[in-house]
Ligand binder design. Structure first.
Ligand code: DQA
Length: 148
């Protein structure tokens, strides 16, 4: 059976395209979904794509991913820097998660340098814009292969 991955996006990422284009570029979230679908086809995996502005909905999505998906690419947006609940959900499900950010969070404001989730994910990809999504998918699929 082919592998299945969840691409999970947090708050304000629904506004990509018009949101601070100097930081996040002009690619919309639906453009990114199309990029991810093409990448999933190329990798021969199935993929679900979702976005929520609500912390609890992201926690629920991580819980639901257990048993449904083999791993997750997570752009938790601002919750990266604030959410113990999302960190705990990653630890609780024990699913492999790749942390992703469009921008290089380490080159931005001090409060973005700390990620609550970094310690419980497989690894972090940031600073490559929309291109980071297929990079993260590659990283996740390679990791899942190594895990077998
Ligand atoms: C982000 C970086 C976060 O600091 C920010 O709050 C976001 C987007 C990124 O993709 O670069 O909403 O996760």
């Amino acid at each position: 059976m082919s592998q299945s991955i969840l691409i999970l996006n947090g708050p304000n990422l629904n506004l990509l395209g018009t949101r601070q284009p100097e930081v996040y570029g002009t690619t919309t979230l639906s453009d990114i979904e199309a990029i991810c679908m093409r990448k999933a086809d190329a990798l021969g995996v199935s993929m679900s794509f979702m976005q929520s502005n609500h912390e609890g909905a992201l926690v629920d999505a991580l819980h639901d991913a257990k048993g449904t998906h083999d791993g997750v690419v997570l752009n938790a947006g601002a919750y990266t820097h604030t959410s113990v609940a999302i960190r705990d959900a990653i630890s609780a499900t024990m699913l492999p998660v790749i942390e992703l950010h469009l921008s290089n969070i380490h080159a931005r404001e001090e409060f973005r340098h700390h990620s609550h989730i970094a310690a419980v994910v497989v690894g972090q990809i940031c600073g490559f814009g929309a291109q980071g999504y297929p990079l993260a998918m590659d990283a996740l699929i390679t990791h899942l292969g190594e895990d077998k």
